[in-house]
Design a protein around this ligand. Structure first.
Ligand code: HEM
Length: 259
């Protein structure tokens, strides 16, 4: 009987090949985790950059111009921002594609999951469900935002962003996007920490409780920061509405200089 032969380096022939488990599910899982981790870390940076408006219009203008290469090349290239957005967009799409494998595909699968979850009353299982729901919402919400950032990078700035929020009525989108992304990212990081055993010591249960507290603290912090930032842009947007579309120029860069 032929049980198959090994040709070296794990390559098998014959019937034994059929029982060899594929490594792809594990690889795809790893890729999903890593892309999620990169996006979560990106989001932390993003929230701080966007919230520079809380330090004033000049601060946000400086951050914007920094990413446009103004301080390196002596003039702004908004296309540089588009390149970064394209990379982030590709990561988001890849991450979403990988996540699709985990979505319940029909009502029966969904019912079966809900029934199990309800009987178990397991907090982490409910968290997973919230990640699915917010992830689904992000498909649409993040796409709109990223498309605008990709195609209109030059419009980013203290007035441009504030006008978008208020005069172009993007604030409802940002409000829902903020909650969706903060919940999704917070739960995602927590589940990754549990899965990869970060901070797990001799007492896994205690570690998990600590992680959960940290997760909520981070979510509350970023939600508070995001809401304050949103309010700041809306306030500027209302004040600037009569001149919507006119970009911000710091006083020192105006000609003739404004005293
Ligand atoms: C490189 C990619 C990105 C860039 C350049 C970018 C840039 C910006 C900018 C400039 C704003 C201020 C409002 C505006 O000008 O319209 C903003 C707000 C926001 N962005 Fe992004 N963004 C990016 C990716 C993302 C992603 C992937 C998400 C979430 C999935 C996201 C979520 C948000 C949220 C929730 C707000 C509102 C912030 C707040 O309320 O504090 N952004 N983004």
């Amino acid at each position: 009987m032929n049980h198959g032969s090994t040709l070296g380096a794990g390559v098998r022939t014959g019937p034994a090949r059929a029982i060899r488990k594929s490594r792809w599910p594990a690889r795809l899982d790893w890729m999903q985790s890593v892309s999620g981790l990169i996006l979560a870390l990106f989001m932390w940076g993003h929230m701080f950059f966007v919230s520079s408006i809380l330090l004033g219009k000049d601060a946000m203008w400086t951050v914007t111009k920094f990413f446009e290469g103004y301080f390196f090349f002596g003039r702004a290239f908004p296309g540089l921002v588009s390149i970064v957005v394209a990379v982030v967009f590709a990561l988001v799409i890849g991450h979403a594609l990988l996540a699709l494998r985990k979505f319940p595909i029909d009502y029966r699968q969904y019912r079966s999951f809900r029934d199990h979850a309800n009987t178990m009353h397991h907090g982490d299982t409910s968290l997973w469900w919230w990640q699915v729901v917010t992830g689904f919402a992000l498909f649409f919400l993040a796409s709109i935002h990223l498309y605008v950032m990709l195609t209109r990078p030059g419009s980013i700035g203290p007035y441009g962003s504030a006008d978008r929020m208020w005069s172009d009525i993007y604030w409802p989108l940002y409000l829902v996007l903020l909650f969706a992304v903060e919940l999704h990212g917070g739960i995602g990081l927590y589940r990754l920490a549990v899965k990869w055993g970060w901070f797990a010591g001799a007492h896994p249960d205690a570690a998990r409780r600590r992680l959960k507290t940290l997760k909520w603290a981070l979510t509350v912090f970023f939600l508070a920061l995001g809401l304050t930032t949103l309010a700041a842009y809306i306030k500027i947007g209302i004040e600037h509405a009569p001149n919507a579309g006119v970009p911000y120029t710091p006083a020192w860069a105006q000609t003739p200089a404004v005293k």
